[in-house]
Design a protein around this ligand. Sequence first.
Ligand code: SF4
Ligand code: SF4
Length: 152
Amino acid sequence: MVRFYKTWHTGDEPVNDPEPRFQCQSGCTKCCEQPGFVYLTEEDHLRIARYLGMTARAFQKKYLYRTRNLRRLRIPRQAQCIFLEKTGCRIHTVKPLQCRTFPFWPGLIDEKAEWRATAKWCPGIDQGEPVDMESAETQATEMRAAHPHLYR
Ligand code: SF4
Ligand code: SF4
């Protein structure tokens, strides 16, 4: 069943808040310009390398910082993301799960204060149709499962 409301946990009591809305804005790259890291799953790594015609190893050498538990994109000197170009994301069609699921991240959709804080710089929040919260929560679950180190 599709739900169009969110139960925010703003205090001791959950509060039903009808119809949070979101519509990504054409030409906007604000989320790609925010400070922070872009983490990749193994699937992201292999998919993007394939898209760029590179081996996984060559892609890792050129674009990734990697430890035993995580892999993330290196941050270049002049921009926040190495794949952010004037025309948008160079790897848009195969972008990482983290980018694809924004703004439906755990913590962000669970906390009204976080959602409102994000609305200050993401012009897509409060635009368009009401969010299908079931789908949003599925994406948040996917994000949590893919990057457990972010949500301990
Ligand atoms: S900041 Fe918001 S509106 Fe802009 S591209 Fe990212 S998700 Fe879309
Ligand atoms: S990979 Fe693409 S969508 Fe993700 S932060 Fe970089 S430019 Fe933005």
